[in-house]
Design a protein around this ligand. Sequence first.
Ligand code: BTN
Length: 326
Amino acid sequence: MKTKILSALRENDDYVSGQELCEKLQVSRTAVWKKIKQLQEEGYEIEAVSNRGYRIAFCPDIITAEEVESRLKTAWVGRPVKYFPEITSTNQYAKKIAEEGTPEGTLVVADEQTQGKGRSGRIWRTPPKTAIAMTLVLRPKLPPDKISMVTLVMGLAVARACRELYHLEAGIKWPNDVVINGKKLCGILTELSMELTAINYIVIGVGINVNIKEFPEEIGGIATSLALELGHETNRAQLIAACMQYFEEYYEKFLESGDLSLLMQQYNELLLNRDQKVRVLEPGGEYTGTALGIDRYGQLLVCREDGSETRICGGEVSVRGIYGYV
Ligand code: BTN
């Protein structure tokens, strides 16, 4: 019911009358009032004016299921939301509930991770209440070799959400780091469960540095946050909802074509490695070349110094800028 109250109050810039809320929710005035009181205790400032009704005057930076769900404009992505004040890793929990049959579209969010996982076995830090740690559960009916493309779809969605909401020049470092001013804002870790040749489920974990003001020395040079870039703090639930909305739009395009052909142009426009010199690190060695952009399978086209073109898939290969991280 709290989600419905928040959604109804958000739909309207003006006051919403108690009567209207009762009718929408099919409950008594007392029941509405009780829930409003609970929301106020959680930190929402909800003005109650006689003869006019209720209005949200201030919304705290919280990412509870009610807060996130009341902001969602999606049909199915991000529904339902499972919220935890603290968790080991949202990816780990998402895999557990995916095994237990949670519906496609479920989003796990947490205010803090104690064992957040990054790519290549690295640790991902999610300090309390200042970042986004979220994991989306999907059940695509696709062959496993197509799954790496879904990670690129999420990268594109996050970059686009940051550009639209904050007018920041967020770009993508192939395959899916979201970067601002040469520093990493967001990392994505996709994990999958397979049965013989078919996908059982995938979980896409997204970590976004939102209101973090200081990073440990070892990553300070390559990490940034929205607060550092904007000069002020920002609302995490609003960003989660925007990421889910863009992801739903882009993922449906991806399913329509079965590849990235409908998204390739948008992705390449945000690709920071494009036309840049890159160092390609492969298990067997490394070489340099110029990144040209992705193809419809999400592979990075690199023109090597001898003029030959190579297509790089994610996984074992990583790409670095010649002069820095991008
Ligand atoms: C990277 O190394 O760039 C990927 C980082 C992915 C971090 C996110 S935070 C939410 C989800 N849960 C995890 O344990 N990891 C991912």
